[in-house]
Design a protein around this ligand. Structure first.
Ligand code: C5P
Length: 196
C-alpha cells in the first residue's frame, strides 16, 4: 500500500511529535525532512556539494537540533540546487511501500502534492518560542526572534516557500495539549484511510 501523510508547518508547531505519533499509530515510516537541511547547514563547505553527498553519519550528528543549526538550515534551504539535490530521496521515501509520514515545509505542495493526507500544523509564534525554549534553553526573547526570523525566511523564499496546500487540514496547536493535537491528526488520517 502506498499512502503518504504530508505534515507541514512552521518551526516548533508540534510537527515532529505529531508525525512520530501518526507514524507509530499506523505503522508508517517517518522522515523528518528538516533534519536533511539541518545536516547540510552544519556540514559546512559548499552547501550544494553537502546536499549531494549527505551520509547517515551527517544525519546522526547530535548538534542538529540547536538554534544555530536551525538558522543554518533555513539559509541553505533557500538555495534551489540544495533543494533539488534532496527532492528524489524525499519523493521516493514518500511513495515507499507500507505508508510514510514526512514532515517539513513543502511536503504537501512540492515534494508530494499527491499525498493522501495533508496537514498544516501551526501555532502562534509566542507559543512556539516557549516550546522551543524548553528544548534548547537560553534567552526566551532570542528564541522568539529566531522563530520569527526563520518563519519569514521560510515563507518568503522564491523556491518552495512554506505554504499551506489548498487541500490541507489546518491544525492550530496553540491551545491544544500534545494529546489533543495527536488525536486531531490521527482522526484526519483515519478519515482518509482506505477501509480494510
Ligand atoms: O523542521 P526544522 O525546524 O527542523 O527545519 C529546519 C529548516 O529546514 C527550516 O527552517 C526550513 O528552512 C528548512 N526546511 C525546508 N523544507 C523542509 C523542511 C525543512 O526548507 N521540507
Amino acid at each position: 500500500m502506498i499512502f503518504t501523510v504530508a505534515i507541514d508547518g512552521p518551526a516548533a508547531a508540534g510537527k515532529g511529535t505529531i508525525s512520530k505519533a501518526v507514524a507509530r499509530h499506523f505503522g508508517f515510516a517517518h522522515l523528518d525532512t528538516g533534519s536533511l537541511y539541518r545536516a547540510v547547514g552544519v556540514k559546512g563547505g559548499d552547501p550544494i556539494q553537502a546536499a549531494l553527498s549527505l551520509t547517515q553519519a551527517d544525519l546522526d550528528r547530535d548538534d542538529l537540533r540547536s538554534l544555530a543549526a536551525g538558522q543554518l538550515a533555513s539559509k541553505v534551504a533557500a538555495i534551489p540546487d540544495v533543494r533539488a539535490a534532496l527532492v528524489e530521496f524525499q519523493r521516493s521515501f514518500a511513495r515507499r511501500e507500507g505508508g510514510a509520514v514526512l514532515d517539513g515545509r513543502d511536503i504537501g505542495t512540492v515534494i508530494c502534492p499527491e499525498a493522501e493526507v495533508k496537514l498544516f500544523v501551526s501555532a502562534s509564534a509566542e507559543v512556539r518560542a516557549r516550546r522551543r525554549h524548553k528544548e534548547v534553553g537560553g534567552d526566551l526573547a532570542d528564541v522568539l526572534r529566531e522563530v520569527i526570523e526563520r518563519d519569514q525566511r521560510d515563507a518568503n523564499r522564491a523556491d518552495a516557500p512554506m505554504r499551506m496546500a489548498d487541500d490541507a487540514v489546518l491544525i492550530d496547536t496553540s491551545e491544544m495539549s500534545i494529546e489533543q493535537a495527536v488525536a486531531a491528526a490521527i482522526s484526519a488520517v483515519t478519515a482518509a484511510f482506505p477501509t480494510r
